[in-house]
Design a protein around this ligand. Sequence first.
Ligand SMILES: Nc1nc2c(ncn2[C@@H]2O[C@@H]3COP(=O)(O)O[C@H]4[C@@H](O)[C@H](n5cnc6c(=O)[nH]c(N)nc65)O[C@@H]4COP(=O)(O)O[C@H]3[C@H]2O)c(=O)[nH]1
Length: 933
Amino acid sequence: MAAPRETPPGPAAGRASVLRSRVGRRILVMFLLAAGLPVALAAFIGYQTLVSFLGEQAQRSLTRTTRDGGMQVLGRLLEAKSLLETWPPLVPAGAGADPAHPMLAGLSRVFRGARWVDDQGQVRWQVGEIASTAVPLSPPRPGDAAARLLLVPVAGAPAPRVMLRLAQPQGYWLADVHPAHLWGPLAETAAQAHWEVREPGGPVLDGLRRVAQPHPHEAVGRWTLFLGGEFGATDWEFEQHLPPVELEFAGLPLLRWAVQLGAVVLLIVVLLSLTQIRRTLVPLEALLDGTRRLARRERAEPVQVRSSDEFGELARSFNEMAGRIDAQFQSLEALGLIDRAIVSGHPLPEVLDQLLRQALLRTGAVAAVVVRLTGAGGPSSRSAGRPVLLQWRLRQAVDGDGGRAESVLGETERPRFEALEATMDWPPAGSVAMAWQTLLPDTGATHWWACPARWQASCQAVLLLGFMKPPGRRRRHEACDLRDRLAVALAAHEREQVLHWRAVHDDLTGLANRHGLNEQLDRCLEASTASALAVLFIDLDHFKDVNDSLGHEMGDRLLQQAAERLQAVVPREAVVARAGGDEFVIVLPQVDEGRAAALARQLCERLAVPFVCGGHEHVLGASIGVALAPQHGVDRATLLRHADMAMYQAKQGGRGRHALFAATMDEALSERSRLLADLRRAVVSDELVLHYQPRVDARDGCMRSAEALVRWQHPELGLLSPARFIALAEESDLIEAIGIWVMREACAQMARWQRQGLVLERVSVNVSPRQLVSGRLVGEVDRALADHGVAPDRLELEVTESLLVGDAKQACEQLEAVRRRGVLIALDDFGTGYSSLSTLRQLPVDVMKVDRAFVKDLGQDDSALAVTRTILTLARSLGKHTVAEGMETAEQADLLRELGCDEMQGFFFSRPLTPAQFEALPQFAGAALASIG
Ligand SMILES: Nc1nc2c(ncn2[C@@H]2O[C@@H]3COP(=O)(O)O[C@H]4[C@@H](O)[C@H](n5cnc6c(=O)[nH]c(N)nc65)O[C@@H]4COP(=O)(O)O[C@H]3[C@H]2O)c(=O)[nH]1
């Protein structure tokens, strides 16, 4: 299901997102703070200023009204004074006695009481009550101010009294001003204000009693009334007390106004800031959304920001960058696909096809071609290669089969390929590249570019791209990336081929190795279900000796030569493999027994020809076992095992020959394996014993020496002759241990006999050629002689001519060293080997033993007599002591004596004997073993 497509945020979304967005909220709060704080501060300061101004105004007004009140009180005092001034003339004598007099009504309204005192101090007239009888301390004297104002106590509070001196009639007035009259102007405001009038520091004057409780924050207006001028009295201080409510009340509208203004300002700020934030956030959200899509690697829709400000510019840059990144993602994805195909080992044509397809898609090319030089030899050999138009693809068939040709180009194309190889990346459209388009169908390309794909300085191939117009930088980059992948893909493919080749081939000979043999034999068996197949198991004779004595380098060269000989003989369809060491296997498909045997013979002959290596000839030969499918086996393992057994049989049969597998071999081989395991144990568990066969002097028949012959006292099989186990020991590594044991035991026996007073001139022991190869012989001889106190000339070592197969020089040096110590060397089986006369002459031997094969026919076959004579003559001419072995009849003994043989050995005289039997021989004392002649 397709994911719902995201729509660009609309205005509603914008509004909602303003408050959703953290940035939006932050900016809004900042705007509000930025605008609201100054407004609030201004409102506060304005309010405070206004309140303070109004407070001052109110204070001033209070002071003014206090002054007005004071002035009005002064007016009342002045009025009272003027009333007193005008009164006396109007007062008829005795008027004071008539209170109903109309004149007195005005006086009573102003004064509580008034008294006219003449100059003599006589009260002449009085109206009302004079609160205090106290008179001025000193009555006014002429010259004093006309009027004075005194304060006299009335009911505990000072009350104003006017004293007015008149000149005519002479006397003065004492008049207590009526509080109602005096404070009358102040009484008008008594409902709101409380008045206090006092002399500085004095108590409040009478008549101004406080009615309401004083307010803690009441406003006080002060004013001082100057009375010194009119009344010669101390100033009065006026205080008007007003509750504060008046002032607060005055600030309230201002506060309301300030709040309303602040709210309006804030509203405007919010609206403006929301608008501005939205204008900022909408493009920001769009960019953010685009970034998220880019991060999710979704195909980038361009970010829609239409403004021409920095946001618009940012969006354009973003879209450009997103486009580039998108292209890079796609490119990486395409390269990733190719990389995965390479790493997962996809077949090369598939990898190349993917690569070419991407080359067309990503570079805008109309044709893409891979040309490569392939080797004709091994997997990495390109020397004899020809250019191959490996694969190509055209734009119009990018989804179908756009060409997967693999065509080997003519030899003439090679220089053209090499010219391409030498081409630098992105040359100008050149004739070299252009020439290649002739090999393709009509591509329509007008520009061809050659990109040599190099890997570790060698050009793996050339990627040819055909364009309708020269490509831009980005596309050229894409092509370079693909070109690099091509190099990696081809290098990986080649490397894999090399690895596979190495896995199934033998490095030394280039033949198939055991894995390769297994693979190919299995394939042949699958293919040859109906027809016959032969497996030849070839083992080089004496190779081990040559390899051990001449060194591995020489051994390797011999193996290479042997491999070449094998390849030269076998038919083309045969599989030749080196199974390991000096073992080779040949698989011959579709052959019968006769053809397989003929080839085996041919191979034996070919390998018997001496190998020339290191300036010397080496005679090896080969033993070949043949197994046939299906009669000897139908599976690989069985066929190889049976061919191996047949080869062993061929070796047992005398080497240098071939043998066809037979069912009986299986059993023989199993027995051989068992026996070998037993023999290993026998060497260390003293199961070996020595028997001694006397050698008789041909002239007097006396026993001079004996040959020590090994036997194996097998716990189950009984006493086994050396014929049963010496060959087995020689094939394995046991022969050296057995040889050393024999030599030491023979020396020990000689020492024992010597201690018993039994005289035997010499004992001879058989030495295997393998003992000479190891190079330890001289040391072992010294040790055996020294350990048992046997003189060197009482020991004789019997060697065979086969010691010359390996490093004859080293063998001869060892024998020479042994000889120099006085030990005698005898050449056993003389006459059966292939050694030339000159070689024989150089051999460091003292004794030559005529082989039993010649002796046994003496007296029956004239040719045997002739050969024996020749051998003995030859030995004598070389100055060697001669011993004939296998003497069974008196006739043979006679003939050999006549032929001049020095010593004789055979059943005619004695069979090999146990030491005890040997000691019982009377001839030990010097008697002749048998009557001779
Ligand atoms: N038919 C017949 N045979 C006769 C006559 N006279 C002697 N023989 C046999 O001829 C063999 C002589 O020993 P060889 O040539 O060194 O041949 C030896 C030698 O090559 C090998 N061998 C024996 N002992 C040793 C040993 O200690 N070390 C090694 N490396 N090989 C040994 O085994 C071979 C066989 O040894 P044996 O079985 O003991 O066989 C002995 C001996 O019993 C005769 O008149 N008629």
